[in-house]
Design a protein around this ligand. Structure first.
Ligand SMILES: Nc1ncnc2c1ncn2[C@@H]1O[C@H](COP(=O)(O)OP(=O)(O)OP(=O)(O)O)[C@@H](O)[C@H]1O
Ligand SMILES: [Mg+2]
Length: 376
């Protein structure tokens, strides 16, 4: 239970690898915060700075009102789970779980009680006498969690803890970690490069790219109102379509041989006078596609059909050869080269400036202003 604040954090590795740039981030007390971004964007570095495994180059980290920037890891009262569970191979589960408590010289009775409690929460009571090599991947992961829980930390830090598990187990462990965090009410920072994991687990998501925070928000905020092209492309699967358009000063978009007339509401938000080119963003699931002609629908050519059971991914081209994707729930029967008819609601579109890459329809801040005791 602690609020974590990162204030203007920079991390420069020697000689001059500038990995994190001016990171401002507030993680609320009891929040499940997911840090997500592509490989190498600085997620683990950020977590290691919070943990104290690395020191900041500039800026400060606060836990509540306490500046912890200079504190060693063991004085930060946190527990960390890594991708490799890092269990001690020669110790059984009970010893692995109690290791930190024995080191801290707690009473044997208290240690046993904490281990039993954690084992019960994680349903690993029957495994306490086994060695790590006698456990499945999911069971090892639970022991790694157990080792954290017994310490009653005020902050959990997880760095891609599920990436070694198969898809089914990962989904199951995801649900368990969410339940665990809600039950223990401990602030949790969870790193992943998997946007599905981020969307399904987080109270809020922080999206990082090239060492900068691109956006912070709830899963629905970052999905509905992505601040820029990067966030729009990173969140959502299949990814948002970005259609290269020229535009006129009165807000008429042209792509290939097609035109899209925008409504008054969009024209009020977006100033087209100095814009020549934009990306029109539309998510595949927001495109309606039918085999029969409809009023105000674009005629397109179907190129690929991928039937996935619960949904079908239909790839098609607008006239002028613009590749685009739609997702249809259930089955969509068509062949390559068939005509189809496509429409989408103007409520669902995004317009991105090609130069600044900013979303011109949803002009949202990187993160909303956080209320603290002083400015409540
Ligand atoms: N000790 C170090 N010295 C120099 N550069 C480093 C060091 N640690 C990390 N880096 C660099 O910092 C950048 C960010 O690394 P980091 O491990 O934080 O990325 P990440 O977002 O966790 O990536 P991944 O998803 O692959 O785990 C990378 O370019 C990496 O090469
Ligand atoms: Mg990493």
């Amino acid at each position: 239970m602690v609020k974590v604040e990162l204030k203007k954090i920079n991390k420069i590795f020697k000689p001059d690898v500038h990995v994190l740039k001016d990171i401002d981030l507030t993680i609320r007390d009891k929040e499940f915060m997911v840090l997500v971004g592509p490989s190498g964007c600085g997620k683990s570095t950020c977590l290691n700075l919070i943990a104290g495994l690395e020191l900041v180059s500039s800026g400060d980290i606060f836990f509540g009102d306490v500046c912890v920037s200079e504190l060693p890891p063991k004085e930060r009262n946190l527990a960390m789970v890594f991708q490799s569970y890092a269990l001690y191979p020669h110790m059984n589960v009970r010893k692995n779980m109690s290791f930190a408590l024995r080191l801290a010289k707690l009473d044997a009775d208290i240690i046993e009680e904490r281990v039993q409690q954690a084992a019960e929460i994680l349903d690993i009571g029957h495994l306490l006498d086994r060695k790590p090599k006698e456990l499945s991947g999911g069971q090892r992961q639970r022991v790694a969690l157990g080792r954290c829980i017994v310490r009653n930390p005020s902050l959990f830090l997880f760095d891609e803890p599920l990436s070694n598990l198969d898809a089914k187990l990962r989904t199951q462990m995801r649900a368990e970690i969410i339940k665990l965090q809600k039950r223990l009410k401990t602030t949790l920072v969870y790193v992943t490069h998997d946007q599905v994991e981020a969307m399904s687990m987080a109270d809020r998501i922080t999206i990082l790219d090239v060492g900068r925070v691109q956006q912070v928000g709830s899963p629905s905020e970052v999905y509905d109102k992505p601040r820029n092209l990067f966030v729009a492309g990173f969140i959502g699967s299949p990814t948002m379509n970005f259609i290269d358009c020229s535009c006129t000063s009165n807000g008429l978009l042209k792509f290939g041989e097609n035109e899209l007339e925008l409504n008054h509401m969009i024209n009020q938000k977006v100033d087209f006078t100095n814009l020549n080119e934009v990306f029109l963003g539309i998510r595949p699931e927001h495109i309606e596609i039918t085999p029969t002609p409809r009023e105000n629908a674009y005629e397109v050519d179907v190129s690929v059909i991928e039937y996935l059971g619960s949904q079908t991914v239909v790839s098609f081209e607008f006239k002028g050869g613009i590749p685009t994707m739609a997702v249809v729930s259930g089955y969509y029967g068509a062949n390559m080269g068939d005509k189809a008819y496509v429409s989408f609601s103007l409520d669902k579109i995004h317009i991105f400036d090609k130069n600044s890459e900013m979303n011109l329809i949803h002009d949202v801040p990187v993160q909303k202003f956080e209320f603290t005791a002083e400015n409540d």
